[in-house]
Design a protein around this ligand. Structure first.
Ligand SMILES: *[C@@H]1O[C@H](CO)[C@@H](O)[C@H](O)[C@H]1NC(C)=O
Ligand SMILES: *[C@@H]1O[C@H](CO)[C@@H](O)[C@H](O)[C@H]1NC(C)=O
Ligand SMILES: *[C@@H]1O[C@H](CO)[C@@H](O)[C@H](O)[C@H]1NC(C)=O
Ligand SMILES: *[C@@H]1O[C@H](CO)[C@@H](O)[C@H](O)[C@H]1NC(C)=O
Length: 884
């Protein structure tokens, strides 16, 4: 509902912002910078500039690193944050409330927080009234302001409830800010500062403010220019130095996290994996020296070499020999749509053999940014760093997100189409209120437009929101009044993949609220994620009246049929039988949770039918069925190659990674296994069956719940402690990885005790350093050593006893992609040299042993077992969307 009146407000003042862009030159927005040093600061800076690492030639003009409310702390990266208690000449406050902690729980850190920063969060200063840090600026110009927040414990003040504003003399950085979960927060801004800079903390009435650490540092002039290209392409936007900026995203494509230690300006760059939306692209890295051309205003301060040394690209050369790529590499980042953004793309041609080979288009939010960008030409050579800036006006933000795409041009003049991106920065630009957060100025007054038109728009927004609300209530009430007989239908949540709507008789009202559009397949899709409402008749026709011959799977909930709709689309139809538990009270929360799930690597719901107390869900059809059928068992499918297996694991990992991090709230799948990873006609893997899924309660980081899941995949820690975290999915995924590698069932009851359970058995061989002994004999000779090593390392880490020791899905994904790269690289080498790098038969034969010395392996493979489907807990309800 919040969106209800948010959007119209925006629509209006977007235009004001545009106007503001035009007027910047007419208005004196800053006191003119008098660079004369005739007025030295009355007090010398209490915190002396800190030397950066000795190798660095750059020394910021001003450097204040302040550990608030505590003593000096030296970080692992060499920087020293000085205390603001010892000498507080730059802190003006009439109180002295501090808190410290010996340690901070791991759960407070996101994957992207460098551990070297941990120490700055261990103390905080608390303000109950307006207080200010006043810093003297030696060199006017842009300065970083970095604010570090973590709600430490204090007996009197619960920092989690603090609400406050942070502003400089001119700009509002945070308005009525509060921590919405217990993770560390690092906010980063770029503001102009002249002779002095104040950072003011203003508690909201009745509340208080706090800060853990504060960093102010001069920024070299070359970092930001005054102009950028507009989107769509065609003109130039000037006057950018008049805006304050907030860094929203800073990504390193295809590479690791870059920590302050490795960046001369102490920036953090995080891997792009959570934001990219392409399955096929590959990562690439080069060992070549990156060149910076001063004539392009390029220096290592713009971005470190590590940014340009790695990239995401559409295709490797050998892939391009078989298929010509025709897709975009896309990254999507959610943003506040009421602001405009400065977007910087970093490029460096590390893939071509000659200049002018790599030419491609750049799109921002679907609008053309640059057509036919020839990066080696712009950069002045191969392996040469280059960047380009764009201003995306808030009016072009349609989906609460910034989407950056690079893709092939239509006429490549003979060259192979390809596109790459090395790095990406997204920065929010201050608005007409000189704010980076909402529309209140530093005087606390509302600066938004106040026309009648706005009121009308706002009222319309409220009315729309109310109608939407009523509609939801209506649906819920209707659901609560369902006939008793079908409510037996098993775990209710199982039915609630993206929002079921209602009956035909109000579907017209629904489309007037949400609007509808035709999808590619001609199916009516409601744009907000509601599926199509099918009539029973339609589905009977599609499945020849639920003919037994169309059954492709059976589970505790009922049967899964394959059907063909009138327009020829093949679908999987899951029909509940009337006779199981209900979970209707979870309905409203489930709606919120599951309606957010849309991802290339998650099986998507097309629609549903609830006529005649039927409860039927219609999913996209996955032609190649469950992954398990392709590994072992009676199905007798052609063997998947190692590369295919890796790609499938990568796809599934992406799906899970999205569940854990992509939706607004973390979602735990709870039943990760090879029968819940389905393959489409192109062997693209999609995760299915969210029936057991739970939203992670973010405040505690785990969900306390009765143990559910499938034997053989179940996280032992979850079993012991009954506390579910995302790391339970990671454990199950580790089992999946070994299953894919060894192609045997996760539980083989007929085998000797130590071999029954795949996870234990594989770990024994891993610990002996002999994992190659249990590799699926059908592919044993084809896996390169490095690839196997990386893969099994990842699998082994997933199976760590304690959740905290297990990697995140993002890390697993990273390792799998690396493993795939190593395999691909070795294939290239293998074509020219001999195959000494490969494990398996050849290598083992040298030592005179058999490839698979485990006599039970053959038995294990044959003894395909269904026991892994057994569930534990009070409500046994494991089942497959599209069973085998
Ligand atoms: C800057 O300061 C110098 C010396 O104090 C003065 O002569 C000059 O007029 C000042 N310039 C501006 C633009 O204020
Ligand atoms: C901000 O700083 C830049 C760089 O020093 C300068 O060119 C620009 O005029 C400043 N803007 C204002 C409004 O002072
Ligand atoms: C790439 O994205 C742009 C803008 O969203 C779109 O117009 C174009 O058709 C896409 N190209 C491909 C090959 O999908
Ligand atoms: C809008 O955002 C959602 C989620 O980020 C994404 O799935 C969808 O494709 C986006 N739609 C457009 C038109 O960009």
């Amino acid at each position: 509902m919040g969106g209800g009146h948010h959007r119209p407000t925006r629509a209006v003042y977007v235009s004001s912002l545009l106007l503001c862009l035009l007027l910047v030159n007419l208005e004196e927005r800053f006191v003119s910078a008098n660079r004369s040093h005739s007025n030295p600061p009355a007090t010398a800076p209490a915190v002396s500039p800190v030397a950066s690492s000795p190798t660095s030639s750059f020394q910021p003009s001003d450097s204040y690193l302040i550990n608030c409310g505590s003593s000096e702390v030296k970080l692992d990266d060499g920087r020293i944050f000085k205390s603001d208690t010892e000498t507080s000449s730059y802190l003006s406050t009439n109180e002295d409330i501090q808190t410290t902690a010996d340690s901070i729980p791991d759960t407070a850190f996101t994957n992207s927080t460098p551990s070297s920063l941990m120490d700055v969060y261990k103390a905080a200063r608390i303000f109950t009234s307006d207080s200010k840090y006043l810093l003297y600026i030696a060199e006017p110009g842009k300065h970083w302001i970095r604010l570090y927040f973590y709600p430490l414990h204090h007996d009197k003040y619960d920092l989690k409830t603090a609400v406050f504003t942070v502003q400089t003399d001119k700009y509002v950085l945070l308005h009525d800010f509060s921590m919405d979960d217990s993770k560390v927060v690092l906010k980063e801004y770029l503001v102009n500062a002249t002779q002095r800079l104040s950072i003011v903390f203003k508690p909201k009435k009745g509340s208080f403010a706090f800060i853990n650490a504060l960093e102010i540092e001069g920024v070299p002039d070359e970092l930001l220019s005054d102009s950028a290209s507009s989107v769509p392409e065609g003109s130039t936007v000037n006057g950018l130095s008049d805006f304050a900026l907030e860094v929203s995203y800073r990504l390193n494509m295809g590479g690791p996290t870059i920590t302050p230690k490795n960046d001369k300006l102490a920036r953090i760059w995080v891997p792009d994996v959570p934001y990219n939306m392409f399955p096929q692209g590959t990562e690439v890295a080069t060992g070549k020296n990156i060149k910076y051309r001063p004539e392009n205003k390029m220096t290592r301060l713009v971005a470190p070499e590590m940014i340009y040394e790695t990239a995401d690209r559409m295709m490797s050369e050998e892939q391009a020999q078989t298929t010509l790529p025709n897709f975009n590499l896309s990254w999507s980042m959610s943003v506040d749509p009421t602001f405009s953004y400065l977007i910087r793309l970093h490029f460096c041609d590390i893939v071509s053999n000659a200049i002018h080979e790599l030419v491609f288009n750049v799109y921002i939010n679907g609008l053309i940014g640059i057509s036919g960008l020839d990066i080696s030409d712009k950069a002045g050579g191969l392996a040469t760093a280059y960047y380009t800036d764009f201003v995306l006006d808030s009016s072009a933000i349609t989906n609460d997100s910034v989407m950056v795409q690079v893709g092939p041009i239509t006429n490549t003049n003979g060259g192979t189409p390809n596109a790459i991106l090395n790095g990406l920065e997204v920065m929010k630009m201050s608005n007409i209120a000189d704010s980076l957060d909402d529309l209140y100025g530093v005087d606390g007054l509302y600066k938004g437009p106040k026309s009648n038109k706005l009121k009308i728009v706002a009222i319309t927004g409220l009315v729309l929101a109310a109608v939407a609300m009523l509609f939801l209530v209506f649906v819920c009430v209707r659901w609560k009044n369902r006939p008793q007989d079908w409510q037996k239908g098993k775990s209710f949540s199982r039915w609630l993949l993206p929002i079921p709507g209602g009956k035909t008789n109000y579907s017209s009202r629904k489309s007037s609220v949400f609007g509808s559009r035709k999808s590619k397949s001609g199916i009516n899709v409601y744009t907000n994620g509601l599926g199509k409402l099918f009539t029973l008749n339609e589905l009977q026709k599609a499945t020849q009246n639920f003919n037994e011959e169309t059954v492709i799977g059976v589970g505790g909930f009922g049967k899964v049929f394959v059907g063909t709709l009138d327009d020829g689309t093949k679908v999987a139809i899951k029909r509940g039988n009337h006779g199981s538990e209900q979970g209707i009270n979870e309905f409203e929360t489930e709606i919120q949770m599951l309606s957010k799930l849309r991802h290339r690597h998650l099986v998507s719901l097309i629609g549903f039918c609830d006529e005649d107390s039927e409860m039927i869900l219609v999913y996209e059809y996955m032609a190649n069925g469950p992954l398990r059928d392709h590994l072992y068992g009676p199905a007798n499918k052609p063997t998947l190659t190692w590369k295919q297996r890796l790609e499938i694991c990568i796809g599934a990992a992406r799906g899970l990674h999205y569940l854990h991090t992509g939706a607004a709230q973390g979602i735990i799948h709870r039943d990760v296994k090879t029968t819940n990873i389905l393959l489409d006609e192109n062997f693209v893997a999609k995760v299915a069956d969210f029936g057991l899924s739970k939203a992670a309660a973010m405040d505690q980081g785990y969900v306390s719940t009765a143990v559910k899941g499938s034997f053989g995949y179940l996280d032992p820690e979850y079993y012991r402690r009954q506390q579910l975290t995302e790391k339970s999915d990671v454990y199950s995924f580790g089992v999946v990885l070994f299953e894919v590698l060894c192609a045997r069932a996760v539980i083989c009851p007929g085998l000797p005790r130590d071999q029954v359970c795949l996870a234990d058995w594989a770990m024994q061989w891993y610990e002996k350093g002999m994992i190659e002994q249990i590799v699926d004999p059908k592919i044993a000779g084809t896996i390169c050593e490095g690839s196997l090593k990386k893969f099994t390392e990842a699998a082994e880490k997933c199976l760590a006893e304690y959740g905290v020791d297990r990697p995140s899905m993002g890390d697993v994904l990273w390792n799998l992609e690396y493993s795939l790269q190593l395999q691909e690289a070795s294939l290239q080498i293998d074509q020219s040299e001999d195959h000494t790098n490969f494990i398996g038969l050849e290598k083992v034969n040298e030592t005179g042993e058999l490839a698979n010395s485990d006599p039970n392996l053959a038995v294990a493979v044959a003894a395909e077992s269904d026991d892994s489907n057994v569930t534990v807990g009070s409500q046994a309800n494991a089942a497959n969307v599209q069973g085998r």
